[in-house]
Write a protein that binds this ligand. Structure first.
Ligand code: SAM
Length: 195
């Protein structure tokens, strides 16, 4: 927590801890500055070096920021478990190994903090990415989405995510929405668990 404040991403990370085990393969669908990538890496890394974080972003600067955060904060042995791709998350199936179950796919939508605010996730590609994620995610796995609604287009993206989550059949999926009760423009978290 930063200055005792609980951020939406801290809440997401605490849910990830329930799902991820050492040695798992996971995806960070929006690497940005790499904070989520590192949180995922700490959960998957184990002594057998089987765990893997596949990280995607469409901006070279985001992947550079993620790489330098990894260099500063993680030992080389663990860094080797991260694979970074300059790729739209709607194409995640192109790079993921077909034979290894994916336990968690994390989305932290919006723009790169302190970056170009015009380069932002879009409802259309987010929806394609969620469809891909739902094809890939293992039984018992989680698709985790943090959605910011304070910027233009944020509420439309929330609507797209909620319409996707509510379309999934209850027999196969448990979908939850967490929202900030005391801040109308606070981030919304959506957790999609595959049964
Ligand atoms: N997870 C990051 C962290 O811990 O610092 C923050 C992510 S930031 C809110 C959103 C990121 O999504 C930006 O870096 C942006 O470049 C990336 N992005 C936007 N559209 C994308 C797409 N279609 N595929 C993958 N990444 C995308």
């Amino acid at each position: 927590f930063i200055n005792g404040k609980r951020k939406a991403t801290d809440v997401a990370h605490s849910i990830w801890k329930i799902v991820i085990r050492g040695g798992d393969t996971v995806v960070d669908a929006t690497c940005g500055n790499g904070y989520d990538t590192i949180a995922l890496l700490k959960l998957v890394a184990d002594d057998s070096r089987r765990g893997c974080v596949h990280g995607l972003d469409i901006q070279t600067s985001a992947l550079e920021n993620t790489s330098s955060l990894l260099r500063e904060s993680v030992v080389e042995k663990q860094r080797e478990l991260v694979k970074l791709y300059l790729l739209c998350h709607s194409k995640m199936e192109d790079i993921l190994p077909k034979d290894i179950p994916v336990r968690l796919i994390a989305f932290n939508l919006g723009y790169l903090p302190a970056g170009d605010k015009a380069i932002i996730t879009k409802p259309h590609t987010t929806l394609f990415a969620l469809q891909a994620a739902s094809r890939i995610i293992a039984s018992g796995g989680l698709i985790s989405i943090v959605i910011y609604i304070g910027h233009p287009g944020g509420r439309e993206e929330l609507e797209a995510v909620l319409s996707f989550a509510s379309s999934l059949p209850f027999e196969g999926w448990n979908c939850f929405k967490f929202e900030t009760a005391n801040r109308p423009t606070g981030p919304v978290l959506v957790f999609i668990f595959k049964k």
